[in-house]
Write a protein of this length. Structure first.
Length: 401
């Protein structure tokens, strides 16, 4: 199939890792050759940042729409009412997207889906394409599939059934993500494919790009980048740091970068004060500079997710930057990161985090050598040019069975 114009639907509240994934995908040579339309909800906080990152991409057009599924600040009564209205809102959204898509012509629709299993605009958008002249209709699933909401099992069986009829393909960013979709839904058939995420080869130099934001003068800066949610498990790093002998604490500081979600920053600051390390921890909210520049401002990079990672894009970014890494073995992380590249530990093991910090202080050269292995591996097998090429090959060569 010849694909000249690609529509991407991306619905989100805050952006997150999908924002970085889209930036890297659309900056690849394969996608720069295509005309792109990005449909996104008006309340997507990550959209402003993405537009800024892609401002030199003259092949991209942005179209906004009002979403029925990203609604904030509801009281309890409204949440309850909204819960049971969602199936009807999905039907309304189908007609809404059908009307919207008729205004634009494109050869392929690629819908970005986070946690499949809830009511989402990407479902409505794909169902709206029935009998429209669109050659390829693809859903990309990024995170763990969740079980349908209570009392909605039958509704989701119907949604899965009709999506299977409409979809040309389903792309999953990892084997781990595919397994959760297979086990918790009826969506997957023979039209599922794995295309791992990729990051650009790093071109930035190692230096402190955060000097305007960070006060610490510690020799070793430990960094984490993610939204501040309970699942990202920042507290384990704080507890582990508090258990270090004083001579190691004096060499190190912690820098936590990410958007505060549901007051998590306040809880972490309160914890840091309680365990007597508040002077060793700095919290930065969203910082509007390239993720790799942030990572290159660290000496150590930590990813401590406790349940599931659909891929672990920030780990890949740190590998590309050549920074020593400690990561938890959850979800898809082990599909691209292993003990040859850094330190992989079970989630929730505070003592292993503490021991690694001590070992790193005593053996910096050893861990920096491992980080070079990680950079070679990510650049060779998981760079964004490979990802972009695989997507275009997929969109132009596959047909619905």
């Amino acid at each position: 199939m010849k694909i000249n114009k690609i529509a991407i639907l991306w619905e989100s509240e805050t952006g997150g890792g999908v924002s970085s994934y889209l930036k890297y995908l659309l900056q690849s040579k394969a996608f720069r050759k295509k005309k792109i339309i990005i449909f996104s909800n008006t309340t997507n906080k990550g959209l402003t940042h993405l537009k800024k990152e892609l401002k030199t991409n003259n092949n991209i057009k942005f179209v906004s729409y009002q979403s029925f599924f990203v609604i904030l600040n509801q009281n309890y009564v409204m949440k309850l009412l909204y819960y049971f209205l969602k199936p009807f809102l999905l039907i309304v959204s189908i007609f809404k997207f059908r009307k919207l898509f008729k205004k634009y012509q494109f050869d392929a629709l690629v819908c970005q889906c986070g946690n499949y299993g809830s009511f989402r605009s990407d479902q409505a958008a794909l169902l709206a394409t029935h009998n429209l002249n669109i050659k390829h209709k693809c859903m990309v699933i990024h995170h763990e599939c969740i079980k349908p909401p209570k009392f909605m099992n039958t509704v989701f069986k119907i949604i899965d059934f009709y999506l299977r009829k409409v979809l040309t393909s389903i792309v999953l960013i990892s084997s781990a993500t595919r397994e959760t979709v297979k086990s918790k839904s009826k969506l997957i058939n023979n039209n599922s494919y794995i295309i791992p995420n990729g990051v650009p080869i790093n071109t930035f130099q190692k230096k402190n790009y955060l000097n305007k934001f960070v006060k610490s003068k510690a020799k070793i800066k430990i960094g984490m980048i993610s939204q501040l949610t309970n699942d990202k498990n920042h507290k384990d790093l704080l507890y582990a740091f508090s258990k270090l002998p004083r001579k190691y604490q004096q060499k190190m500081s912690i820098i936590i970068v990410g958007e505060d979600i549901d007051g998590q920053m306040f809880k972490l600051k309160k914890l840091a004060k309680k365990i007597n390390i508040k002077d060793k921890v700095e919290f930065l909210n969203f910082v509007n500079i390239d993720n790799k520049k942030i990572i290159l401002s660290f000496d150590l990079f930590f990813s401590l997710t406790k349940n599931f990672e659909g891929f672990g894009l920030s780990i890949a970014e740190a590998m590309s930057a050549g920074i020593p890494i400690l990561a938890t073995n959850v979800g898809a992380v082990k599909e691209f990161f292993n003990s040859d590249c850094g330190k992989l530990i079970p989630p929730g093991n505070i003592n292993k985090i503490r021991d690694f910090l001590i070992n790193y202080c005593d053996n910096e050269k050893y861990w920096k050598k491992k980080s070079k292995n990680g950079r070679v591996r990510i650049n060779k097998y998981f760079n964004s040019e490979i990802m972009g090429k695989k997507y275009i090959e997929h969109l132009t060569s596959t047909r619905k069975n």
